[in-house]
Design a protein around this ligand. Sequence first.
Ligand code: NAP
Length: 257
Amino acid sequence: MLRVAALVHWGLFRPCTGLSVRMSSSGVAQKGILANRVAVVTGSTDGIGLAIARRLAQDGAHVVVSSRKQQNVDRAVAMLQGEGLSVTGTVCHVGKAEDRERLVAKALEHSGSVDFLVCNAGVNPLVGSTLGASEKVWDKKGAVILISSIAAYIPHVELGAYNVSKTALLGLTRTLSLELAPRNIRVNCLVPGIIDTDFSKVLHKNKALWTSLNENLGLQRIGQPEDCAGLVSFLCSSDASYISGENIAVAGFSSRL
Ligand SMILES: NC(=O)c1ccc[n+]([C@@H]2O[C@H](COP(=O)([O-])OP(=O)(O)OC[C@H]3O[C@@H](n4cnc5c(N)ncnc54)[C@H](OP(=O)(O)O)[C@@H]3O)[C@@H](O)[C@H]2O)c1
């Protein structure tokens, strides 16, 4: 049912999962806390993924951006390079094995290794009942890897399959962090609240859903993609070298006890 798309392919990606980090051996930062590192960010031509790609590059990493559409990749690469950042890009639909392999190859072109993998690509939430969701829907959800959602903690009745897939990512984070610890690979998960992107427009349009979600907004504002990006950079950095298996909400409130 919930199939984890094989961006998690250990032979190719050293660190893997939504937000995954190989620990620094030297801790040396020449231009920034992520200097001399290579990051791969899926779904990074818009929204949260683009903000993460920009921030990791601003902090010194070489970033490989990707998404399904060539024109979006070209636009994002041109924009980020225009800002003086070290980025390259390639088309990668995370549900397609050949695309994932091309993405890895592109990243390896730079320096022969991948230090950080941010699996951000998501799909539009199905609005409807969980039991009514077709097999096709569940298969599609399988391509969403480890950027979770506050819907994992606070499920909304109209986002059944989405809630479940995002909750599964919390468990995947914990399990992978244990499995990969012996290889010194840390695995963490960003849990965004409501962030102002194209993706969340579906929530804004649904007045009842928006009102109910709004009740949980502690800081009384919608989040911005940049609110998520700083945490990702921190978790990639050596400052987070003893943090693994965590699911961290960026939601303007806490969903934990
Ligand atoms: N926005 C929110 O309120 C919110 C809240 C909680 C969690 N999240 C999670 O955050 C992640 C990003 O959401 P967002 O709001 O930033 O979305 P967004 O603004 O719609 O951007 C999505 C990005 O992913 C790409 N993409 C979509 N499907 C893809 C696929 N199958 N393979 C590769 N790339 C794909 C898109 O480009 P192309 O069209 O070119 O592929 C685009 O670059 C998702 O996992 C989502 O579930 C978002």
